[in-house]
Design a protein around this ligand. Structure first.
Ligand code: FES
Ligand SMILES: [Fe+2]
Length: 350
């Protein structure tokens, strides 16, 4: 029997950056399903199954026709609800011609899609972004990145502060980030792995951006929420200025990195990210530099994770789990239970 894919369907996933969908249909694969996106005449996003109900030509090979998406083979036109609205040259519109439609929402410059039953979609459950519109906080955005690994290796990585010492030794980490134990906290909607590193050298990545010199106290807060959305928070303050006790020095560096991982297939995913920061809010040079620095750092992860995916798929000997796997393994266990419960309830309804 074929194993059921391990995806949580009742969740909002990022499908694309808003500016990736304009006047032409855009085809994507999400949780193994082909989906096509287009904008209707009100500029609202529509998401439909990317396969015409006539001969399954991807509708992403068609064109946008007003509020409809027109198939590029025989011209059937589908509306935002997936129903066929126009059938050129036929005596009537085929009554059973329709494709699946998906709830979508645009927020934070991103297009979000709900992959479960439409009646369960509630846009209020999209992750809130603190400081997104805060005029004293800046923002930088990265391009969507294609990743050659299971989304679960990404969630492992985003719950693992320890890897920065080795994968990012010339950027986000350095030897100062080794040897400090990571603490796991179980959250209602995810898992947190965190640690304070006290009186340490600044990691090279942060030196151009931190508003003080000398040694630092640094928090690494690695939080992943189900199914695959991460908030990585860095607090970097002058050493011994009381940051771990909640006293934030005027020159404290605060940055929240939002990381949204969307499964494409079992061994590939798409990675969307941006950062908000408490300094130089309107400085486009800083924003551009941060984006470029994060692209370089994240590419270090992607090389490792693609190799891990291949290594795990082809392993010939047993694997070892280590203490720092506690948070990722906990996350995987709970997510698996959520997926199994969801699939069981769908099986009852079927
Ligand atoms: S395949 Fe789409 S109209 Fe024929
Ligand atoms: Fe990393």
């Amino acid at each position: 029997m074929k194993e059921v894919a391990m995806y949580l369907r009742n969740a909002w996933y990022v499908a694309a950056w808003s500016d990736e969908v304009d006047d032409r249909p855009v085809g994507r694969v999400i949780l193994g399903e082909p989906v096509v996106f287009y904008r209707n005449m009100e500029r609202s996003i529509v998401a439909l199954e990317d396969a015409c109900s006539h001969r399954k030509l991807p509708l992403s090979m068609g064109v946008v026709a007003g509020n409809h998406l027109r198939c590029g083979y025989h011209g059937l036109e589908f509306g935002s609800d997936g129903a066929c609205r126009h059938a050129p040259g036929l005596s009537r519109t085929p009554p059973n011609a329709c494709v699946k439609s998906y709830p979508v929402e645009e927020r934070y410059g991103l297009i979000w899609i709900w992959m479960g039953p439409a009646d369960l979609a509630n846009a209020d459950t999209i992750i809130p972004i603190a400081h997104y519109d805060d005029p004293v906080w800046g923002i930088n955005r990265g391009p969507a990145m294609d990743v050659n690994c299971s989304y679960l290796y990404m969630t492992d990585n985003l719950l693992d502060p320890s890897h920065v010492t080795y994968v990012h030794k010339t950027s986000l980490g350095n030897v100062a980030t080794a040897d400090v134990p990571v603490k796991m906290s179980v959250l209602e909607n995810g898992v947190l792995a965190s640690r304070w590193m006290l009186d340490c050298e600044l990691a090279p990545f942060f030196i151009p951006y931190v508003g003080f010199t000398g040694r630092a106290d640094r928090l690494q807060h690695y939080e992943v929420r189900y199914p695959s959305h991460a908030i990585i928070r860095d607090i970097i303050a002058p050493a011994n200025s009381g940051a771990p006790q909640g006293n934030l020095h005027p020159s404290v560096f605060l940055m929240d990195s939002y990381n949204f991982v969307t499964p494409v297939t079992e061994n590939t995913c798409r990675y969307f990210w941006f950062q908000v920061r408490n300094f130089r809010p309107d400085c486009t040079v800083t924003s551009r530099a941060l984006t470029n620095d994060f692209i370089a750092a994240f590419n270090e992860d992607l090389v490792v994770l693609a190799a891990v995916d291949r290594g795990m798929a082809n392993k010939r000997t047993p694997i070892t789990d280590i203490e720092t796997d506690a948070a990722p393994l906990r996350f995987r266990r709970v997510l698996k239970k959520m997926i199994e419960a969801e699939q069981a309830s769908q099986a009852i309804l079927a």
